[in-house]
Design a protein around this ligand. Structure first.
Ligand SMILES: *Cc1c(COP(=O)(O)O)cnc(C)c1O
Length: 365
């Protein structure tokens, strides 16, 4: 059994994907070919924003967004401590200071109450300039954007949505990728919408940001790649990956439905002494992961392992526990919820191509 069965998905979509890849091989526009623009238009329309700018991966999507927002040394950027490393890494990469925030125990996402406390604290210390919030749609569930947008406005902070896991999620009909000033996603193969290599995208309604992003991703280009008007990077989505994503986006709504169906079955049928995931009213998760909380995580994971059922821990190490961030001087007592989560969460196999035999085996175990 696979934790995420990418091969089953390829077998299902093989004919169309192979055709798309061959079209690219034949036309030969391997960099910024026509499929890249076609995909950007389709993604922008799916999410419901004006601009989509694809790039090389989800980490670059965050970095490019932070370049546009001029996040720099001396800035405080608030982000959850319970997340994937890239969320916080990109803040430090801009030489800004990540200020970690505890999690909401129900949703696993950034806690708006703790966020406001930490903003007030940075203001009263007077050393750093509060600049932005990076919220994460952890395990597929959009963060509490109604509250986060209110806080960002109150303190005049920029808001970035890290939708690397949340693509496909919704709040009251508004899709992930449409929240905040800029939103980012990743097409890493294991994400809800993945390609067959690295890929990423940025979403915004701001024309100026969009223009800057298109320049930054190709060496700070002006008129063209050999007219360089600012310092940028090289971060484009390969044409072949764009072609694959066009095909996968067609199937994505059906896949989301299958993920949701699997999550409901887990929630109905699992009778372990575990806490199951919570989805607030009006929210739709893309179910990047189905994550349980248990004080007996090791025992449960061992039992699954004995039946050859793969399980994973996302994330066993919070940002404040990472060696790379030890210079910030945090301890577990600063983040009681996130520290508890990192010691007790584990995730079950989750993908849209789960067959009944595998599902029954997981439930029985
Ligand atoms: C995967 C992920 C990223 C980074 O995406 P890559 O494409 O792997 O660079 C960033 N943030 C979160 C929350 C992620 O899960």
């Amino acid at each position: 059994m696979q934790f995420i069965d990418l091969k089953a998905q390829y077998q299902y979509l093989k004919e169309n994907i192979d055709k798309r890849i061959h079209t690219v091989l034949e036309h030969g526009k391997y960099i910024m070919g026509p499929e890249v623009q076609e995909l950007e238009e389709k993604l922008a329309s799916y999410v419901g924003v004006k601009h989509c700018i694809t790039c090389a991966n989800g980490t670059d999507a965050l970095t490019l967004s932070m370049m546009v927002l001029e996040i720099q040394e001396g800035d405080a950027v608030f982000c959850p401590t319970f997340t994937f490393f890239a969320t916080a890494e990109t803040i430090a990469f801009q030489k800004a200071t990540p200020v970690f925030v505890d999690s909401d125990e129900q949703t696993f996402n950034i806690c708006p109450i703790d966020l406001e406390k930490r903003i007030e604290q940075v203001i009263s210390e007077g050393k750093l300039k509060p600049k932005a919030i990076v919220a994460v749609d952890l395990f597929g569930l959009p963060a509490n954007y109604p509250e986060l947008e209110r806080i960002a406005k109150k303190y005049k902070l920029k808001l970035i949505e890290d939708a690397a896991q949340g693509f496909g999620g919704e709040i009251e009909g508004r899709r992930a990728g449409s929240f905040g000033d800029i939103a980012t996603t990743s097409f890493f193969p294991a994400k809800p919408l993945g390609c067959y290599g690295d890929g990423g995208a940025i979403f915004t309604n701001n024309d100026e940001y969009a223009q800057l992003l298109r320049s930054y991703r190709v060496h700070g280009k002006g008129k063209d790649k050999y007219d360089n008007v600012r310092i940028g990077v090289n971060s484009r989505l390969d044409t072949i990956q764009a072609a694959i994503l066009i095909e996968k986006l067609e199937e994505f709504p059906a896949e989301l439905k299958a993920r949701g169906g699997l999550a409901s079955k887990y929630t109905q049928l699992i009778t372990l002494d575990v806490k199951k995931p919570y989805t607030p009213n009006g929210y739709v998760s893309s179910w990047a992961q189905y994550t349980l909380i248990s004080q007996n995580r090791d025992i449960h994971m061992e039992a699954y392992k004995n039946k050859s059922i793969p399980t994973m821990v996302y994330y066993g190490t919070c940002m404040h526990q990472q060696t790379a961030f030890s210079y910030l001087g945090y301890s577990d007592s600063d983040f009681p919820i996130a520290s508890m989560l990192s010691a007790s969460v584990f995730s079950l196999p989750m993908h849209p191509y789960m067959n009944d035999d595998s599902l029954n085996k997981i439930i029985e175990t």
